[in-house]
Design a protein around this ligand. Structure first.
Ligand SMILES: C[S@@+](CC[C@H](N)C(=O)[O-])C[C@H]1O[C@@H](n2cnc3c(N)ncnc32)[C@H](O)[C@@H]1O
Length: 355
């Protein structure tokens, strides 16, 4: 649970909401951009938005107060507690009119302020399915080079939707990989083609997260959906399909911090599989000390790796200039690090760089 800083700072809150509004506009959510405009006006006018958000008003932008609030409202829309507002939310078949939504949202703030406040305490929890469209090339590169089934170990796994990557379909026109009948279908996202003709078997899927979400429960499904922006139909469809897959393909996600969990899972090399530690948009959430422990644990396990028990470290993390995400693969024996791809933060599109 997050403890708000307690300082009251209306100007800071307005600046954070404005910055988030710009971000939503740039990242393809005009609905949230306009809704945020109404929220800003209401904060300035001392309306119910200010009553609910006041205690978080001193929080920095990175605390994601705006996204926590929007997720909380979306949550009430999804679970049926805000039927009037739902008429305007595209995620539940509404008309997508953010101006018409505002009167209903204001009424919801007055009637359900306490329920919204409860969800505000939780950091946003998304599990971005389309990042697999970038990661898949790394898994397939490794499967081809090591010619062994993969043992997947994901840190910061959230609901573990990336651990089911082989159960989704990736279609680059000339080549495709994955289950043709999958409800998750990525088409034509790649500039350059990942090795979709490689043979790849997943032997083992496991992950850890300090705050995991169980995608097989209604509560978990609602949580994940609430943080997807309601007018982003592609992301909602990806998530809906991945939740269907998660219901039939098990993956164990431990409630654990990355350094300890990796230490246990990499204590001994495992023969007959290629072990791949991977993560996406997690590095920035680890403390400097934990990053160092994770790096050391992986590198020490790399020294123990053999051709029969190889190890790899696959990452989908921001580029140095933060302009995009990069997919990098380091693999032992050998230990060389390669830049495989660049991609959008949510996965789309992917520029495949490796030969
Ligand atoms: C931005 S989310 C990314 C989730 C997922 N990897 C994805 O790409 O959709 C970051 C995740 O890292 C988790 N996390 C943060 N600190 C962690 C730690 N020390 N150990 C394990 N997981 C952590 C969070 O709970 C959250 O699920």
């Amino acid at each position: 649970m997050r403890v708000p800083s307690g300082s009251v700072d209306r100007a800071n809150l307005v600046a954070c909401l404005q910055r988030q509004a710009r971000g939503c506009g740039l990242l393809g959510s005009p609905f949230y951009e306009t809704v945020l405009g109404h929220l800003i006006g209401d904060v300035v006018a001392d309306g119910p938005t200010w009553d609910v958000l006041q205690q978080y008003s001193g929080e920095p932008f990175d605390a994601a107060v705006a996204l926590r609030f929007l997720g909380a409202v979306h949550r009430l829309v999804l679970d049926g507690r805000a039927p009037a507002l739902a008429r305007h939310y595209p995620s539940v078949g509404g008309d997508g009119d953010p101006d018409a939504a505002w009167a209903n949202l204001r009424a919801l703030l007055l009637s359900h302020g306490a329920a919204l406040a409860a969800y505000l305490e939780r950091p946003p929890q998304t599990n971005e399915v389309a990042r697999t469209a970038a990661l898949v090339g790394g898994f397939l590169t490794l499967a081809r080079e090591r010619a062994l089934p993969l043992r997947l170990l994901e840190i910061g796994a959230s609901a573990g939707l990336h651990l089911r990557f082989d159960r989704y379909r990736y279609d680059a026109g000339d080549l495709a990989f994955g289950d043709p009948a999958s409800p998750v279908h990525f088409v034509g996202l790649w500039d350059g083609t990942p090795p979709f003709d490689a043979t790849c078997t997943v032997a083992f899927r496991a992950g850890c997260d300090v705050d995991p979400v169980d995608p097989t429960t209604e509560e978990g499904r609602l949580t994940l959906t609430s943080y997807v922006w309601p007018d982003q139909k592609e992301r909602l469809a990806d998530l809906g399909g991945a939740l269907e897959v998660a219901a039939r393909v098990p993956a164990n996600i431990a409630r654990a911090a990355a350094p300890e969990w990796l230490g246990q899972n990499l204590a001994q090399p495992m023969t007959g599989v290629a072990t791949v530690v991977f993560h996406s948009i997690v590095w920035q959430y680890l403390s400097a000390a934990d990053r160092e422990r994770v790096r050391r644990t992986i590198e020490e396990a790399g020294i123990r790796a053999t051709a029969g028990a190889p190890l790899a470290w696959l990452r989908f993390e921001p580029s140095a200039d933060r302009a995009c995400a990069e997919v990098r693969l380091r693999s032992w024996p050998g230990g060389e690090d390669r830049l495989l791809a660049r991609a959008g933060y949510h996965g789309r599109p992917v520029q495949w760089l490796a030969a």
